[in-house]
Design a protein. Structure first.
Length: 395
């Protein structure tokens, strides 16, 4: 079967949505033909197969290209049963093509793309969720955001992002060299990985928790992997500058390494080298942490996480088993959680091993891909395929 994927977010852009969509496409390609229409990129991409990029930057050129290219691909690939949208941003484009060509329409939601508080966006994109054949949410929390938009729960499937556990296994990684590379030899390492959106809470963690931790363990170093989300359509804050200011004002320069965006190899090595991973996400009405992919990456590396009970994060971390969940803004509890893991090697190991098992059992990509196939409505063996047109229905 053929799947047409329409997505603004796709590598070489980096981020949680890009990670999810690119890995999902790779998994689906093992059994299906996957065609991808995505946004323009300034850096030419060589050797891409079945990936069609808008020739010009910007949302309007992208939208026009999607309709033109999508129509051509659907005419030349009559076996295409599903048009899959990578986020709510592309919802109207998916529906136009699905209605014109009588294909099944499925949409991925992430959290912020559901609640983004722009009236035009809500009218042009979010409103049309109710007309999809299936809406996929990355967590139970995101599913609740979707159903608040008058979407029937029967149309919503919860499927978390996946992880490739083999990428993070110790036998494939030598942490010693990465310690030397980033000048963290002999340090206890707290690791943060992610785009530096304000909601991630790194500035506040440095201001209100890191000093308490380094007072208890002076050899502790926070390694921050990531840059400002310059290609994001919604995040415009210079969070990196805010972090640098917090480091300067707290006098913690010797305890923080801002290493920017790194290769997958370097990131995997840092996961393996670290003691604990943090995601001190903030509670915000205008922005949400839909899941927290970095938390299952940490789990795959066998490392516990200390994070907040925000958004979809509780789907990624089992409190007291694979990590520690704190309430947002409770920096005393967060500090204590990190200190307890740095101080108790046995608890850290037990939690890390439980996290690794859970990553393998619940979040490995083959299992996640199979859930998407079910949500797409793919037939069982020997069952005749069905194709239905999309009818605009009021809920």
């Amino acid at each position: 079967m053929t799947i047409l994927v329409i997505t603004w977010n796709f590598p070489p852009r980096r981020g949680g949505i890009e990670y999810l969509i690119s890995n999902l496409c790779a998994g689906l390609r093992e059994k299906h033909s996957v065609l991808v229409i995505t946004a323009h990129t300034l850096v030419p991409q060589a050797g891409e197969k079945d990936i069609f990029r808008a020739p010009w930057p910007g949302l309007i050129p992208f939208a026009l290209y999607v309709i033109w290219r999508g129509a051509r691909l659907l005419r030349s690939n009559p076996d295409t049963d599903v048009i899959f949208g990578g986020s709510v941003l592309v919802a109207p484009l998916v529906l136009i093509l699905a209605r014109l060509f009588g294909r099944r329409a499925v949409l991925q939601t992430h959290g912020l793309d559901v609640i983004y508080s722009n009236r035009l966006y809500q009218a042009l994109c979010v409103y049309w969720l109710r007309f999809f054949d299936r809406v996929i949410a990355n967590s139970a929390f995101t599913a609740s955001l979707v159903t608040r938009k008058a979407i029937s729960t029967d149309l919503v499937s919860v499927i978390p992002p996946g992880v490739h556990p083999e990428r993070f296994r110790a036998r494939r990684i030598a942490p010693a060299w990465v310690r030397e590379k980033f000048n963290i030899v002999g340090k206890r390492i707290i690791l943060f990985v992610g785009r530096l959106a304000k909601r991630k809470g790194i500035t506040e963690f440095i201001r209100y928790s890191l000093g308490r931790i380094t007072k208890e363990f002076p050899d502790t170093c926070l390694v921050v992997v990531g840059d400002n989300p310059t290609e994001s359509l919604t995040h415009r804050n210079d969070t990196l500058r805010e972090i640098e200011l917090a480091i300067s004002e707290t006098g913690l320069a010797n305890h923080v390494r801002l290493v920017g965006s790194l290769s997958d190899t370097d990131v995997a090595a840092l996961y393996q080298a670290c003691d604990v991973v943090i995601l001190p996400a903030l509670l915000s009405e205008k922005d949400v942490e839909g899941f927290g992919i970095v938390l299952i990456e940490a789990a795959a590396a066998g490392k516990p996480a200390v994070t907040t009970r925000v958004g979809g994060i509780p789907d990624a971390v089992e409190d007291g088993k694979t990590g520690i969940l704190t309430e947002p803004g409770d920096y005393e509890r967060m500090s204590h959680g990190v200190i307890s893991l740095l101080n108790d090697g046995q608890t850290k190991q037990v939690m890390g091993e439980a996290a690794m098992r859970r990553a393998q059992d619940k979040f490995c990509w083959p299992k996640i891909t199979a859930q998407y196939e079910t949500a797409f409505g793919f037939c069982q063996p020997n069952e005749k395929p069905r194709r239905r047109s999309i009818l605009l229905r009021h809920s």
